[in-house]
Design a protein around this ligand. Structure first.
Ligand SMILES: Nc1ncnc2c1ncn2[C@@H]1O[C@H](COP(=O)(O)OP(=O)(O)OP(=O)(O)O)[C@@H](O)[C@H]1O
Length: 269
């Protein structure tokens, strides 16, 4: 038995195809995502990354099957799925009139009975999540009154408040300044260390390379899946971006830098 078979799978996609606006966007994708690991999905614009993430979240019609923590997603009750899988979408419309605290409390809905007041545990989880994204100070402010980055941190807190085993995030770093990008990285590492599974679509390739695994897409297909530290993953990454980037190592981190032609001698002034 291989080590992969011994590990439990958080998500498995089998032969997924999907269309948008009448055009086929995903072409027979299959992938296994191991529990307790962070996978970054990367690839050129239009590769189908967001579409695939939506399919993994059960948010988009498709052919093929998705298994969540070993169970066919199609057969799961909506509330069970909502407890096990948390979603942070891209440019998500949200209840702009609600204050940040109430927005994050929405993440607790899968744990609450119909019309029941939030429990002490719900309040505790909301506070913990708002503090984890340094958004606690704005808990009384309406979402519409927050800057792009502040709003993103509230929406991230909502995703954390679900306390799900699997977290899917589409461009979670959008609008975040560098210190809060670093905080996000540390947060994901903490989640994964505690046994959770994180899948993120990222355009920031150097940040994506901090993940455990990379899933590289192009043209609605998976062109490579492998560990972020492996040379063949770096080669696949450089290839999918037409060798316009190159992967380097610096200070113990992998960095994807623009692959610039040799510059002509600097002009003298
Ligand atoms: N509503 C739609 N109708 C038709 N085509 C769509 C629709 N939404 C997206 N597409 C197309 O589907 C393809 C995949 O889109 P998707 O958003 O999944 O790509 P992506 O890899 O996440 O891209 P990006 O890096 O630009 O965010 C693209 O070619 C896009 O133009």
């Amino acid at each position: 038995m291989t080590s992969l078979q011994l590990e439990s799978l958080a998500l498995e996609a089998r032969n997924i195809s999907a269309s948008l606006g009448g055009a086929q966007v995903l072409h027979g994708l299959s992938a296994k995502l191991t529990s307790g690991r962070w996978t970054s999905i990367v690839g050129p614009n239009g590769a189908g990354k967001s579409t695939f993430l939506k399919v993994l979240a059960g948010l988009l019609a498709h052919s093929g099957e998705i298994y969540l923590l070993g169970q066919a997603m199609a057969g799961l009750r909506a509330k069970d799925k909502a407890r096990q899988l948390s979603w942070l979408g891209q440019n998500e419309a949200s209840a702009d009139d609600l204050n940040a605290y109430d927005v994050v409390m929405l993440g607790r809905l899968p744990h609450q009975s119909w019309l029941a007041a939030p429990s002490a545990q719900d309040h505790e989880q909301v506070e913990k999540s708002l503090r984890a994204t340094q958004a606690w100070d704005w808990r009384g402010r309406a979402l519409s009154q927050l800057s792009g980055g502040e709003r993103q941190r509230v929406l991230l807190a909502r995703a954390l408040a679900v306390d799900a085993q699997v977290l899917l995030m589409d461009e979670p770093l959008a609008n975040l300044d560098p210190p809060h990008q670093t905080d996000w990285l540390l947060l994901v590492r903490e989640l994964v260390a505690s046994g959770k599974t994180v899948v993120s679509v990222l355009h920031e390739i150097s940040m994506a390379l901090h993940a455990d695994d990379l899933l590289i897409m192009a043209g609605g297909k998976i062109v490579h899946q492998g560990k972020c530290a492996e040379a063949k993953t770096h080669a696949a990454l450089e290839q999918v971006f037409d060798h316009r980037i190159a992967v380097h190592q610096l200070a113990g981190q992998w960095l994807a830098l623009p692959n610039l032609p040799k510059l002509a001698k600097s002009p003298t002034f």
